[in-house]
Design a protein around this ligand. Sequence first.
Ligand SMILES: Cc1cc2nc3c(=O)[nH]c(=O)nc-3n(C[C@H](O)[C@H](O)[C@H](O)COP(=O)(O)OP(=O)(O)OC[C@H]3O[C@@H](n4cnc5c(N)ncnc54)[C@H](O)[C@@H]3O)c2cc1C
Length: 479
Amino acid sequence: MWYSEPFGGRVAVVAVIGGGASGTLATTYLLRAAAAARIPLRIALIDRHGQHGLGQAYATANPAHLLNSPADRMSAVAHDPGHLARWAAANGIKHDGYLPRAAFGRYLRELLADAERMAGPTATVTRITSDVVGLTCNGLQRPLRLHLAANGRIDANAAVLATGSQPPAPPCPLPASPRYVCDPWTPGALLDGVADGSPVVVLGTGLSMLDVAISVTGAHPETVVHAVSRHALLPREHRCPPDRAVQPHILQAPDRGPVDLPGLIRYVRVAAAEAPDGWQAVVDALRPHIPGLWQRLSPPEKRLFLRHVARYWEVHRHRVPPATARRIDLLRSAGRLSVLRGRVIAVSDKPPDLCVRIEQDARVIEVAAGWLINATGPAADVTATTDPLLHGLLESGLARPDSLRLGIEADARGALLNVSGTASDTVFTLGPPLRGQLYETTAIPEIRDQAAALAVRLLAACHAQAAPLAASGMAGSAA
Ligand SMILES: Cc1cc2nc3c(=O)[nH]c(=O)nc-3n(C[C@H](O)[C@H](O)[C@H](O)COP(=O)(O)OP(=O)(O)OC[C@H]3O[C@@H](n4cnc5c(N)ncnc54)[C@H](O)[C@@H]3O)c2cc1C
């Protein structure tokens, strides 16, 4: 299949790969920028699951899956924190400060639709459901060629990798079994069969585990969940209403030069103990400064952080709404959710179940799993990816892994760095793929700001390609 329409002619084409929050916000901001500058543009928004506007996090239909951040921190408009709450009120959506994630998905879709109405016919979007399996430099009028599954292709002037996080990696070799769910956020993963009342073992005890536990126990009255992780740490609960912000004084120091990890940890501990509103205010105030602090840590200290500190930062930084905490407490006190500390060392097939062996200090226990669900979070080594697009980009040297191999590298404005460290003029990224470089880059406030900055850069990239054509008299009509 050749997507010639509406991508024929000489109007610039931007391909956005991934229709989740990152791709949707990048497209929304790009439409607005193109409309404001009256620049004709065609955008191809491509998602393998057809989840345009939703992606992994906001495709859930379960009303008990709530946003983990209060509405005033989830606005898609940077300088208008009340935007989401006003949208919810206008649409009659009741909430206690934490909206259902499905409602947020609707919000994203409506923002995109509004931007489309405003920008058309100058700038338009075509939603395509397909897997992009390769991206190569074309060298013709449009420098990029996207290869779609089933032999389709799209030629584009610029592309945005909005592909989200890598799926979780298995903790040990696993038998091929339909009872193993390798990623709970694959569409339909928690619906097909998992609700048959047999015990569910969840790998990981973070936010995704809590959502899985809520889903599977809600779907069958006898389902019991055993969640296992090395330290059995659960996300903390948000204080409601959110704290007053504090300004950590460490950030008043000049923001250059190295930061030392032990000093930073000491500082956070003392500040948290002294903060009149407690540790939550300190964590929240630090959060926007994390990318800057992260880049000032040395590579060995970053590794040290990942190995020993990240798990504590994560449970304090990614907190659950009070309503979710109450549900989880009820499940635990009813014996329907147990949290196990230990390391999964082997899984074997013992029909009708899987047998999960867990090492706990000096002993090994066995737990029967009717279903085994991997909720351990994004895989930690991007170079081991089996994703054809990412694998091909790394293999060809168009992209390079960050020094921690958590993701790929880009310059400060999102342009992909190739294997020699040169910033691309045509391929950009935002959000989760930049985790190794920025650490805090997966939540809506960061994605929103990156998307807004990227829109300006993308228009400039398209303009730079159009200028030589116009000078040589090759450019055709814009429409
Ligand atoms: C369960 C959950 C809850 C969360 N809750 C919050 C919250 O409350 N607040 C907050 O700020 N953040 C939250 N987050 C963080 C969340 O990661 C971001 O908000 C955001 O959803 C990330 O969006 P994304 O578009 O980068 O990735 P994704 O949502 O993963 O979207 C990427 C899309 O790209 C598609 N794709 C990937 N590769 C290809 C390809 N080669 N070809 C075609 N399509 C492709 C995928 O199918 C997917 O649909 C949550 C995350 C999760 C997982």
